[in-house]
Design a protein around this ligand. Structure first.
Ligand SMILES: Nc1ncnc2c1ncn2[C@@H]1O[C@H](COP(=O)(O)OP(=O)(O)O)[C@@H](O)[C@H]1O
Ligand SMILES: [Mg+2]
Length: 260
């Protein structure tokens, strides 16, 4: 898992409109935090919308007003999704550093077609738990997942057999029961569509059990705490992913910004 910028010293250009959009969604969530009780941010499904952008452009869709809980970045191969996610986490520009969005990162995951470990649902969950513990952003979280019964669901094998249980017990429930942070945080998953073909051919370990990270998040993102923004990226060619998230209420691409 990358711990530093994947741009490897290259300069990052433009995309200011995407950072503004993410900043806006985070700010809305932060504003809604006052007086919030830590219950899942379940929202009614959003009306579907379509992207009319040209190939090569990147689009970012989110729910409107205070209800936004997810951002889906959509763009073809090479349109700059991974670069953008990288810049969000490890800003290289003075503007990015100044904006400080990276300080609101709770955890991230980069899916890569050439590395099957990054597509593994169990590894994804274990990575999230480790990062949330390390982040120090949520006092009390580590203690909750230290419980041996909770730890057991994370064990290799067990976690792969029942990823839903592991995700609930090690991520959703502890996040919902800790004191909400002062500022909204985000969880970033780049290239969430990688591995979706794998999932189609694979047997489920039990009925309804998610075979991919996308399936896991699509069936649970409505139960994430209201202070957590889910940011995902995917290629527009992958209709299945858009459908998966749209069907369960995830915002769809909401028009391109051709500026940059
Ligand atoms: N905004 C940007 N500034 C500088 N380089 C970029 C930018 N967006 C993309 N690139 C470069 O273009 C190439 C493809 O981008 P990448 O993020 O891997 O695309 P995608 O993830 O959408 O397939 C990479 O070499 C990346 O470093
Ligand atoms: Mg990429």
């Amino acid at each position: 898992m990358a711990q530093t910028s994947l741009l490897k010293g290259k300069r990052f250009y433009c995309r200011e409109w995407v950072f503004h959009k993410i900043q806006h969604c985070l700010q809305e969530k932060t504003n809604n935090l006052s007086g919030v009780i830590s219950t899942p941010s379940k929202q009614p499904p959003l009306a579907p919308g379509g992207s009319t952008s040209n190939p090569g452009t990147l689009t970012a869709g989110s729910a409107k007003s205070g209800s936004s809980w997810g951002v889906l970045l959509v763009g073809g191969p090479g349109s700059g999704k991974t670069a953008l996610c990288t810049e969000l986490l490890w800003p290289t520009s003075a503007q990015g550093t100044h904006r400080g969005l990276h300080q609101q990162s709770l955890a991230f995951h980069f899916c890569r077609a050439d590395d099957s470990d990054t597509l593994c649902v169990g590894g994804f969950i274990r990575g999230l738990v480790a990062q949330i513990c390390r982040s120090g952003l949520l006092p009390g979280y580590e203690e909750k997942v230290r419980d041996p019964a909770v730890q057991n669901t994370l064990q290799p094998g067990e976690c792969e057999r029942n990823p839903t249980e592991a995700f609930k017990r090690c991520v959703l429930l502890p996040l919902l029961s800790v004191k909400p942070p002062q500022q909204a945080l985000f969880l970033l998953v780049d290239s969430i569509d990688e591995g979706s073909q794998l999932g189609e051919g694979e047997q489920r370990s039990s009925p309804g059990s998610p075979r991919t990270i996308a399936e896991l998040l699509a069936s649970h993102h409505e139960f994430l705490p209201p202070w957590l923004l889910l940011i995902c990226s995917a290629r527009r060619q992958n209709k299945a992913i858009t459908k998966l998230f749209t069907a369960s209420g995830f915002p769809v691409p909401a028009g391109a910004n051709p500026e940059c």
